[in-house]
Design a protein around this ligand. Structure first.
Ligand SMILES: [Fe+2]
Length: 294
């Protein structure tokens, strides 16, 4: 479908928060004309050895919102992350706001509902979230014009969020020297990822692009901000007009060598529930470890 126009005249203020455990970058996005703000891809820390949760990263975001007297309207997940647990409900409980994700979360819930042998009490209709975005869906953060763009490939529910002259790439593109995200999780597809990236790169060249992960390739300092124009020219996986066929070959070869992220098992169970940890019949938080399923 054709996309809504990008409001390049609106310049939201973007603050990044880096989580060193998962190399995730969370964002606080502020409408320049009002106290309204949005949080993107908030993290909750999980210590696997002890099974203990903590909230250092989310607390930093909450503190900044409170310090600046902002009003939190949206808590957005670009997709169901497989490498960290979402801090969205923790932040919502403190500050309000609606938790949103792409409508194809239903496909992800269906796939992983089976992997984790979830009972019928696990709804696979996305109802755990406050808003399910469709492709091209518009919304506002205060007066800031925003829309969501469906970008499947890494996962079926991935979306890129465009807010004024800034876009949040989720796990479509990394920084130009980091290339692109893997496409081998259940429901992932390298060809679809190429098509999604092509859509992102059709947005205005001056659009600021913020990535969800950075691993500092070659030992460079962690970075997160680039532009559509820079990615088009310089991205090592898709820049300079690399063909779909070459991309798919490269991506599939590379993905075959990647280990699973260390937090994939807890992350999926929590994130497909909008960040809520599942509970047992006594109401205690508990996670499963399916064996030989992933
Ligand atoms: Fe991801």
């Amino acid at each position: 479908m054709s996309l809504p126009d990008v409001s390049m005249h609106q310049h939201p203020q973007v603050t990044a928060f880096f989580d060193p455990q998962s190399n995730t970058i969370s964002y606080l996005v502020k409408d320049p004309e009002s106290p309204a703000c949005a949080v993107i891809d908030a993290v909750m820390q999980f210590d696997y050895a002890s099974g203990r949760l903590s909230y250092e990263s989310a607390d930093e975001i909450v503190a900044m919102i409170e310090r600046q007297g902002l009003s939190l309207e949206w808590i957005i997940e670009t997709h169901v992350h497989a490498d960290h647990l979402s801090g969205a409900p923790y932040i919502q409980q403190k500050l309000g706001g609606q938790i949103g994700i792409g409508e194809h979360i239903r496909d992800v819930q269906d796939t992983f509902g089976k992997v984790f042998n979830e009972g019928t009490e696990f709804e696979r209709d996305g109802s755990q979230f406050d808003r399910l975005f469709t492709d091209g869906d518009r919304y506002r953060v205060g007066g800031l014009d925003c829309f969501a763009l469906h970008t499947p490939g890494h996962t079926p529910a991935c979306m890129v969020h465009v807010m004024g002259d800034a876009a949040f790439a989720g796990d479509t593109l990394f920084m130009p020297d980091g290339g692109s995200a893997r496409a081998d999780f259940p429901g992932g597809d390298a060809g679809q990822l190429y098509d999604s990236i092509t859509r992102v790169l059709s947005l205005p060249e001056a659009l600021r692009l913020y990535v969800c992960h950075d691993y500092g390739p070659g030992g460079r300092a962690i970075a997160w901000e680039t532009t559509v124009g820079t990615q088009k020219k310089a991205n090592i996986h898709v820049g300079g007009g690399i063909s779909r066929e070459d991309f798919v070959k490269m991506r599939e070869t590379r993905d075959a060598q990647l280990a699973m992220p260390s937090l994939i098992i807890p992350s999926l169970q929590v994130n497909m529930r909008a960040g809520e940890v599942p509970r047992d019949e006594d109401g205690d938080m508990v996670l499963k470890i399916p064996v030989n399923k992933l």
